[in-house]
Write a protein that binds this ligand. Structure first.
Ligand code: DCS
Length: 475
């Protein structure tokens, strides 16, 4: 088999997650006495797996397009008792453009939906977007994989990635036999990013004979949660232009913004356009997804990427490669339509939509703060706040004895800590070693997605476990 596939590592669904699945089965079925009643998967940003309710309007439309019989005149009366009129109207409009959700669509994505995505981008940024440069995808993951495949010409190609990073990037680079070119985020400065560090990383790759072709920026960050300032983004764009690298902007957490006054989200597209005509032809690819935000429709697999500054011959090749997998799934595309064009003020569904959205949003802000406080209260643990995204990434200073015990078990110390937490609390987190970290440090990543009514127990479980762990291994 392809040995590159053996090389690829994907920690968020790695050994800890596999063990947590085993525990889920053990838990209710065998009556084995486990010290917890439920396995809590904080290893992955998968809100609905932790009981976040889907947005009602989105599911209403999805169900109507799935079963168009409901839209027939003879069912209008019964349907009007179950569905608001704007959900019915949206489903009819979508079906007019889609035909059937069971048919392959245009490989680049349904044109009507791409037009709506372009409208959304231009309203968000204040600069025009072109539907012909937007590709709908099976989640942002598929978009990232496809564009990396496009860029990686040979095995000396390098792609700059943040450390810590979301392991989709290292895993895909491993499969494609390309070189990660790591640049480090500065934990002591709230996971800040400097162009000095970007240049160091780029120059070091040059020394090694690596041709760096692209820079990946995750904003807001995963696993680190930081949100870039506009000034910082301008410097990054300048860095890319100077060093002739394509900017890949992973913006899937663009609505998960928790300090909107101090650290609002700016898209790279907007910042680039604001820099004027000198930057004409600058190459930027930006990704978005239905999996995150307040939507959390991870299982539907929907997303898009927008290309800026790529020439038509490249765009044609992107179309060709998209067409080889025929099309992104149609229900995922429909969810993209709903994400970019939700109910508006005055629509029958608006009030409910807004309430559901705002409730999730304000609760995420609260839960992020409570978990941060919990982590900062633990002995040997420090945690930056999350400006955005769905995770906290605390650093933990483990006792020497714990480090020795981990090494004796052939494990990284942070993995050892996370495994002990899983076995004793049922809480599954991911060790920092799966994302990359400064040599000699240890971290772990947790989502703050457990539901509000369970949150106090969740946090006290972590505190109790940590105190026991530190006592057991105290020097
Ligand atoms: N980019 C980033 C930064 C992500 O965090 C994720 C998913 C993706 C892309 C891909 O998402 P979709 O393919 O679903 O659109 N986040 C992973 C994570 O760290 N936890 O859950 C999945």
């Amino acid at each position: 088999m392809n040995q590159q596939i053996r090389e690829a590592q994907y920690a968020v669904r790695g050994e800890l997650a596999i063990r947590s699945e085993e525990l889920k089965n053990v838990c209710p079925m065998t009556g084995v006495n486990l010290p917890f009643s439920r396995v809590v998967g904080c290893n992955i940003g998968n809100p609905q797996a932790l009981d976040q309710k889907p947005i009602t309007f989105f599911r209403q439309v999805a169900s109507l397009v799935e079963y168009p019989e409901l839209l027939k005149e003879e069912n209008a009366e019964i349907v009007s008792r179950l569905y608001p009129s704007d959900a019915v109207a949206r489903a009819k409009l979508l079906l007019k453009h889609v035909g059937s959700v069971g048919a392959y669509s245009h490989s680049q994505g349904i044109p009507h939906i791409r037009e709506n995505v372009a409208k959304f981008i231009s309203e968000r940024d204040g600069y025009a977007a072109d539907p012909s440069k937007i590709y709908l995808t099976q989640g942002a993951s598929a978009g990232v994989q496809l564009t990396l495949e496009m860029i990686i010409e040979h095995n000396k190609v390098g792609i700059m990635i943040p450390i810590p990073q979301y392991p989709l990037y290292t895993a895909t680079l491993a499969v494609l036999d390309a070189n990660p070119v790591p640049y480090y985020l500065d934990e002591s400065k709230g996971w800040g990013l400097t162009t000095k560090e970007l240049q160091r990383s780029f120059d070091e790759a040059v020394q090694k004979g690596i041709e760096t072709r692209a820079l990946v920026i995750i904003n807001p960050g995963n696993p680190t949660g930081q949100c870039l300032t506009e000034d910082n983004m301008r410097e990054i764009i300048e860095f890319c232009r100077k060093n002739k690298v394509i900017l890949l902007a992973d913006e899937v957490y663009q609505t998960n913004i928790y300090r909107p006054k101090d650290r609002p989200f700016h898209s790279f597209k907007k910042v680039l356009k604001s820099m004027g005509s000198d930057y004409e032809g600058f190459e930027l690819i930006s990704y978005h997804s239905i999996s995150k935000g307040m939507i959390g429709e991870c299982g539907r697999r929907g997303g898009y990427f927008e290309c800026e500054g790529l020439c038509d011959t490249v765009l044609e090749q992107i179309y060709k490669i998209s067409s080889i997998s025929l099309c992104p799934n149609v229900q995922g595309q429909i969810m993209v339509d709903l994400m970019v064009d939700p109910p508006k003020k005055g629509d029958p569904s608006y009030e409910q939509y807004k309430k559901e959205y705002d409730d999730i949003y304000s609760s995420l802000i609260k839960r992020a703060a409570i978990l941060e406080e919990t982590f900062n209260s633990l002995e040997g643990c420090t945690c930056n706040s999350a400006d955005g995204a769905m995770y906290l990434f605390p650093q933990i200073r483990l006792p020497k004895k714990a480090i020795e015990a981990a090494r004796a078990a052939g494990k990284e110390p942070d993995h050892f800590y996370c495994m002990a937490m899983l076995e004793s609390t049922g809480v599954c987190m991911v060790a920092g070693s799966g994302f990359g970290q400064v040599e000699g440090t240890a971290h772990f990543r947790s989502t703050f997605l457990p539901q509000p009514e369970l949150f106090a127990d969740f946090c006290s479980g972590i505190k109790n476990f940590h105190a026991d762990f530190m006592d057991r291994y105290r020097d």
